[in-house]
Write a protein that binds this ligand. Structure first.
Ligand SMILES: Cc1cc2nc3c(=O)[nH]c(=O)nc-3n(C[C@H](O)[C@H](O)[C@H](O)COP(=O)(O)OP(=O)(O)OC[C@H]3O[C@@H](n4cnc5c(N)ncnc54)[C@H](O)[C@@H]3O)c2cc1C
Length: 463
């Protein structure tokens, strides 16, 4: 599909108005031509640190991910295979292959081994408990309490092991609060505003009444907020908690809860972060609204900037319900949206690095190069803490390893858990490799080049 290369929609002027006192410095150029040559990501030597087994595994997994029929049906294929092989047989098949590529391990010993290797390469782990829940999969209060314990364990592992400085972890709100309630809150919020202060009071244990909710829903909401409060209390001062963005039919509720956590916990540091999905047409206005709230309410804002992982499902749902597509028309428009928001945020960070932070969470080389260039122009430190980069474990290591070598703070999102627990996550990763457009193709080429180099060396050594 052809798409116009329109510039980012809202100019800096608008953020100036929202932020009141802060005047972001402007950036001289948006042309990729002047981007740093060191970040060409063309050097296969980044893969010298990988063993033969790791090289071959990565090539095989990426090859599998290049067959659309396999990827589109991988959820079904995996459940058929699990049925035929049984739990142990299936685990035997997946563990050395897809699982080892994208998951750190099952217990603390296995995770620790992967993390130590990562640290030695200059990469920082960002642990993620891959609990995914959607509508119709709600599991009851006991299960949410268990999930909270798993998250608290994640906080403990993230800071008690010296795997990296400034540890981070990811959190999914729907692991602690039912998706049905999040959808209901999203609908209610269009009719009546929910104040952040009300949610903060509920987190503090006050008995409050939530407008529009039935008794049963209100008490589940209260329990959920208190679970989130416990996790935030355990992590403040130790681990930064990055809340994931999910589907548009529940994101407003997730953002409301996350902003309330920011209001309570981000007074003296940026400990709670929210995620902004730039594939959404409304992403720019959501980000500006967050900047306005942070300025008005006086809390620090942490942003995980992503393109977004649920494009196919969002589009199908919008079509089924006869709504306009919430996603940008094409990849180029999503890119413009991503780069525009990145530009906006780096501008405010250069003015108040203690109040605003960003993780540039992308595998897109051009966005990474732009971020690096803009950081240089704005005088933002590579490792000053206010800007860092993020990629998923097992994806685009040529980008991550090069960034680490150049002295940038770079995190790998690291899921862990049993094969069964990580299955939905693995399905999504396979599908994502289809939409992560140039990155995977390039990684495969570089892996092949490194493999050929080693084979040539073996032949020379043998002759
Ligand atoms: C650390 C980390 C945390 C993450 N957390 C989240 C999260 O909380 N929520 C979430 O949703 N995702 C999350 N992601 C996943 C992220 O959204 C995907 O990695 C991302 O979509 C892939 O985009 P890219 O920028 O890496 O690659 P690119 O290859 O540059 O872009 C691919 C992406 O562009 C978009 N796109 C592709 N084709 C089109 C099209 N035709 N029209 C419009 N847009 C298109 C899609 O978003 C697609 O995924 C996270 C990723 C990382 C690395």
């Amino acid at each position: 599909m052809m798409c116009s290369r329109s510039p980012p929609s809202l100019p800096h002027l608008l953020s100036l108005r929202f932020l009141g006192t802060v005047a972001p410095r402007t950036l001289s150029s948006r042309q990729p031509a002047a981007l740093p040559a060191t970040l060409a990501f063309e050097d296969p030597s980044a893969f010298r640190v990988k063993s033969w087994g790791e090289l071959l595994r990565a090539l095989a997994v990426f090859r599998l991910c290049s067959f659309p029929a396999l990827v589109n049906n991988c959820g079904k294929l995996m459940s058929i295979a699990r049925g035929l092989l049984g739990k142990r047989g299936f685990s035997f098949l997946l563990r050395p292959t897809v699982y080892a590529q994208f998951v750190a391990g099952e217990d603390e010993r296995e995770i620790s081994q992967s993390m130590q290797k990562m640290s030695s390469l200059g990469l920082r782990p960002m642990l993620a408990v891959p609990i995914e829940e959607d509508l119709g999969e709600s599991t009851g209060e006991k299960r949410y309490e268990d999930n909270m314990e798993a998250m608290l364990e994640c906080v403990r592992m993230s800071h008690s092991n010296a795997w990296s400085k400034d540890p981070m972890m990811q959190l999914k709100i729907t692991a602690l609060l039912s998706p049905e309630l999040c959808v209901k809150l999203t609908t209610l919020m269009t009719q009546q505003p929910y104040s952040l202060s009300l949610l903060v009071r509920a987190m503090d244990g006050e008995t409050v009444s939530f407008p529009g909710l039935e008794q049963r829903e209100a008490s589940h909401f209260l329990c959920g907020l208190q679970r989130l409060n416990r996790i935030a209390e355990a992590s403040v001062g130790k681990v930064r908690v990055l809340v994931d963005a999910e589907y548009t039919y529940m994101n407003p509720a997730l953002s409301l809860v996350t902003m309330a956590m920011m209001k309570k916990f981000n007074k003296d540091g940026v400990w709670i972060w929210n995620t902004y999905q730039c594939y959404l047409k409304e992403s720019r206005s959501l980000l500006l609204e967050a900047l306005r709230l942070s300025s008005e309410e006086g809390f620090g804002l942490g942003v995980k900037l992503v393109r977004g992982a649920y494009m196919d499902k969002e589009r199908k749902l919008a079509e089924k319900e006869g709504r306009p597509d919430p996603i940008h028309r094409c990849w180029e428009d999503t890119n413009d949206s991503y780069n525009g928001s990145l530009n906006e945020l780096l501008g405010v960070i250069s003015q108040k690095p203690e109040r605003y932070r960003i993780i540039v969470a992308t595998h897109n080389e051009e966005s990474v190069r732009r971020a690096a260039k803009w950081m240089e122009e704005l005088g933002i430190d590579k490792d000053g803490g206010s800007v860092c980069f993020g990629q998923l474990l097992g994806m685009c290591d040529h980008v991550s390893l090069t960034l680490a070598k150049e002295g940038y703070a770079i995190y790998k999102s690291v899921p862990y858990g049993s094969v069964d627990d990580t299955l939905p996550y693995l399905v999504r990763r396979a599908q994502e490799n289809r939409t992560v457009l140039q990155g995977i193709r390039k990684e495969r080429d570089l892996l092949r080049r490194e493999l050929r180099r080693r084979l040539r060396q073996c032949v020379k050594g043998g002759s």
